[in-house]
Design a protein around this ligand. Structure first.
Ligand SMILES: [Zn+2]
Length: 301
């Protein structure tokens, strides 16, 4: 049996796993993403440590990494990530110099979309949208069975103006990401409740308990996601919109209001299915394993 290390670098944490050919997780670990000091070096060190740890359990045949920001999949370069404070980070080359096994590094959302397209909620579709709703927000656009990357710049739905009330990390105002990311939901709740540092998980449980402030914040965030989905549906007519990322842990509290927004707002457009990611917030890790295994036959030839 062959084993790969799959790593999903996010804006908050780094999810990782040792995975076999059947995509079964043998071992897994989550560590916080280094966000201060020399983040470039600290991220590389963290990934090296993870690979070294898994190598003690099984021989690692290859390593697949998914990474956020504007990402050049072909060369494995993070062109820009505001959340990780990185620019022009040649992560694939730098890792190749340090790790013995073959390595592939691709964009996090497009990699998660591969998992959903092959084995998840977008299976057997030709045209689909995968939306990753986490610390940041981005989409993978699947057209005619192919994922559009456009040199890394496609799918940045998080920076579409949805008439939001908040300033965005990109320097603009009113972006989807500034209205509906997990970070944005926490910030909006903090400003209204005057309670700092309440997590999205906690706000979600307050919504379920009927807390009026949490419900108002949640409603605004869901409307902004619905508005963005309406734009995507009108432009791209997907068969399915798959909602993933950390916010998808909210399950029906996410799916129902977004579906309802679309039901109310669409007219002539083709109505897509709206589904939660089959792999939930693990789609990035599973996708990383899939691209790592795809590397193996090419190397063996
Ligand atoms: Zn923005």
């Amino acid at each position: 049996m062959e084993y790969v290390v799959a790593i999903d670098v996010g804006g908050t944490d780094i999810k990782s796993a040792l995975i076999d050919r059947n995509l079964t997780t043998i071992s897994q670990k989550v560590i916080p993403t280094p966000l201060s000091g020399n983040t470039q070096e600290r991220i590389l060190d963290s990934l090296m440590e993870l690979v070294a740890e898994y190598s003690k359990i099984q021989k690692v045949s290859s390593v697949g990494v998914s990474f956020p920001g504007i990402f050049d999949d072909k060369n494995g370069v993070c062109i820009w990530s505001e959340n990780l404070i990185l620019e022009n980070f040649h992560i694939k080359d730098l890792l190749e110099n340090r790790v013995q096994a073959p390595i592939i590094v691709k964009h996090d959302v497009r990699t998660a979309a591969i998992a959903e397209l092959r084995n998840g909620a977008a299976k057997n579709t030709e045209n689909a949208i995968f939306m990753s709703l986490g610390t940041g927000i981005a989409a993978a656009i699947i057209m005619n069975g192919e994922i559009c990357a456009s040199n890394g710049y496609a799918g940045e739905i998080g920076h579409v103006n949805v008439n939001g009330k908040f300033a965005c990390v990109c320097g603009k105002f009113g972006c989807l990401e500034a209205a509906s990311s997990t970070l944005a939901i926490s910030k909006a709740y903090a400003s209204l409740s005057r309670t700092e540092g309440v997590s999205t998980e906690k706000i979600h449980s307050l919504v379920l308990q009927g807390d009026p402030i949490a419900m108002g914040v949640w409603r605004d965030a869901m409307s902004a996601i619905g508005r963005a989905c309406e734009i995507l549906v009108t432009l791209l007519a997907p068969e399915v919109i798959v909602l993933g990322g950390g916010l998808s842990n909210a399950k029906a509290t996410l799916l129902d209001p977004v579906s309802q927004y679309l039901a109310d707002s669409l007219s002539f457009q083709h109505r897509p299915r709206v589904e939660l990611a089959h792999f939930g917030s693990k789609a990035g890790v599973i996708g990383s394993a899939i691209i790592a295994f795809e590397l193996l036959p090419a190397i063996e030839q």
